[in-house]
Design a protein around this ligand. Sequence first.
Ligand SMILES: Nc1ncnc2c1ncn2[C@@H]1O[C@H](COP(=O)(O)OP(=O)(O)O)[C@@H](O)[C@H]1O
Ligand SMILES: [Mg+2]
Length: 343
Amino acid sequence: MPVRRQHRLSEASLPGYLAQCGLIEPGEPVSVEALGDGNINWVRRFRTASGSRVVKQARPALERFPEYRAPTDRIAYEARYTEVAARFDHEGICPQILFFDPDECVLVLEDLGDAERLDAALARGADVSRAAASIAAFLGRVHSGTRGVDLAARFANDEMRRLHGDHIFRLPYRPNDFPLSPALARRAREIQADAKLVAQIDAVYARYLEPHGALVHGDVQAANVMIASTGPKLLDAEIAHVGDPAFDVGQLLAHLLLPAIARGQPAPGQRVAEVAWIAYLSAAGSSGAESFAAAAVHAGIELMRRTLGAARVPAVERDDAGQAVVDAGLRLVQNPPTSPRQL
Ligand SMILES: Nc1ncnc2c1ncn2[C@@H]1O[C@H](COP(=O)(O)OP(=O)(O)O)[C@@H](O)[C@H]1O
Ligand SMILES: [Mg+2]
């Protein structure tokens, strides 16, 4: 079958496209604004007299790193995650999808405005307990409600799952040319030489790739959470898959812990992680709950890759911050606590 080329939307072509899809009237005035960091997808806000909405187009080459390519059907998995999760989404955690075009790989979403992102709130030391608890409880409901449900064929998002998995579990533990300071590069080499640790992380990766467990969002990082006036929102489910629920929870815990560890004052991070874990457990019910230790191992792996991997976070720019985050990550992986009290 011939592959039809995608029409790449641009600021100039967007109004025509929206009119063709019946989303605006032909000739209706529309203005277009940049939005977000422009890392992976083409994301813009558009405004008409009747209000604003957000448009997201998935393209073969990533926006900021065009040398990296990713399958464009990732946007269909994002739409499908929102659809399946809707049953468990009493609080409106997923932004509403107003329109989906599978041919052009376009989603039109409700506009959450310029709500603060969770990473920004954490960076300024804000108390994010309520937002963290709501996101954790949502994940708990989705995990327990989809556990053992036969969704794997609908979420055969294998390429995205593996691309992302390689960056988390593999590349930081193999020789690489990530731009690290000399001290952190030395630390990375020490870790890569620890055969027992690398084997342990390889085993966690193998479990991550197994298509059973529950419906997993797959990218619960602080940059994908917005704290809107109507409550927290979890964006960007383009890596959704059926797999290990501990992965989602562990990623959330890692992002709650990281800025406080990097500042050298871990206590507030530990408190919010505990709040999130309690909310997750009570929403999931005992049958749906992951063990804290399994989530802690994932949290540890995420802390290390955000310091030693390609997607470093700004909080670890200084070496002392980076070393503290790696220390904490190693401890979680090698000696995982069984309760958040032991974090
Ligand atoms: N519905 C929305 N309302 C307001 N801002 C949004 C919305 N969706 C995305 N954004 C902004 O755009 C950024 C990128 O969107 P996201 O869905 O995470 O795509 P990407 O895969 O490119 O990271 C977000 O971090 C957020 O700042
Ligand atoms: Mg994102």
